[in-house]
Write a protein that binds this ligand. Structure first.
Ligand code: BGC
Length: 354
């Protein structure tokens, strides 16, 4: 079923709604039409007890601040853009520098702050919520009158939520959309994810500089602590003295995904497993890369409603194109051309595995 209720109002007076999508297996997603935020995601554990596996706030005021982008849709430029300078073909666009000298997650006019229109319905196999909005030419520094639609699909017969991100533009532009949910499969508040186990289906990762900007090129994972091709705990990697970990207080890196042989559309990107509750999440995506962020600065992300988080309380699986590509990889960077259709999918699938 799908239901909606009021979720307070922004400082501008705009009223925000919370939509609940719930299947008969007990899985439940609560999504806001502000920032497309996934506020709650309830899934069963081995005893069939439901737990909320994403970090979220109770108050709209906290979401209006949201310094760590909890649950939010991120765009048009996920991750950092070096120096806030983004070249598209032969033109340089200057973006807001909201993170030191750089642009982080689209700046203050990014998707995470947008109020979106909603449509919801049910079909044979799923419950669907569509959130859409328009961005006018240059309001966020980037060219094009753009139309964006995010479709959230909760399957009826399995515990799976998928996000499809679509966009179009009337001028050539840059588009790299992701979701910034922090997962913690324990379902327990104020506990870190260090004992969770993770697998990433990647042979290479992108190293980052001390400002967390990905550098050009890829490093093979062989003989680095980032080799998550075999399952290991997050703690075992964070405890190493590898400079890519110590420089950034944890993992905050893009991984280059291996192509799935069995599914032409989606890469089997990553698996997260909690040994206590036995909840397991599989992330699949049409994107070629995923940024893994272990909540390294969550303890600094205080909000005025005192709904504060602890370091490493959740982990983000930000499937996307590699961040900063317009700067570091201009030759291969994907440009969304006028009239083209942008479409990508991220799937979060849940099971119990003993
Ligand atoms: C980035 C981090 C950043 C965080 C903000 C992540 O996606 O990779 O570097 O601090 O977002 O919450």
């Amino acid at each position: 079923m799908i239901s909606k209720k009021a979720f307070g109002q922004l400082k501008t007076g705009q009223k925000i709604k919370a939509f609940t999508l719930e299947n008969e297996l007990g899985m439940k997603a609560v999504i806001l039409n502000y920032g497309g935020i996934i506020k709650e995601l309830w899934v069963p554990d081995e005893k069939d007890i439901l737990g909320n596996v994403v970090l979220g706030y109770e108050h709209i005021e906290a979401y209006e601040e949201n310094p760590a982008y909890l649950g939010a849709m991120i765009g048009p430029s996920a991750g950092r853009i070096e120096g806030g300078i983004l070249p598209i073909e032969n033109t340089i666009y200057k973006l807001e520098q909201n993170s030191g000298d750089h642009t982080l997650h689209g700046g203050s006019k990014g998707f995470h702050n947008r109020v979106m229109d909603d449509t919801f319905y049910e079909d044979k196999n799923s419950f669907k919520l569509e959130l859409d909005f328009k961005i006018m030419d240059l309001v966020d520094g980037l060219p094009g009158d753009r139309t964006v639609k995010i479709t959230y699909t909760l399957m009826k017969n399995r515990n799976e939520l998928s996000l499809t991100m679509e966009a179009s533009t009337n001028k050539n532009t840059y588009m790299n959309i992701t979701n910034h949910s922090y997962f913690n499969l324990s379902g327990i508040e104020k506990e870190d994810v260090l004992n969770h186990e993770m697998r990433i289906n990647a042979d290479a990762f992108g190293s980052v500089d001390t400002d967390m900007i990905p550098r050009k090129g890829w490093t093979l994972l062989n003989n680095t602590p980032f080799d998550f091709r075999q399952v290991k705990t997050i703690k075992s990697v964070l405890e190493t003295s590898y400079n890519q970990i110590t420089n950034n207080q944890g993992i905050d890196h893009p991984f280059r995904l291996n192509k799935s042989k069995s599914d032409a559309k989606h890469n089997n990107a990553a698996i997260l497993w909690d040994p206590i509750t036995k909840r397991k999440m599989t992330v699949l995506t049409s994107y070629p890369h995923i940024v893994i962020y272990t909540g390294n600065f969550l303890n600094e992300a205080d909000v005025s409603t005192n709904e504060d988080m602890i370091k490493h309380q959740g982990i983000c699986f930000e499937a996307q194109e590699v961040p900063n590509a317009p700067r570091s990889n201009p030759d291969t960077c994907q440009i969304l051309k006028a009239g083209q259709h942008y479409s990508h999918t991220i799937i979060y699938s849940f099971e119990v595995e003993k």
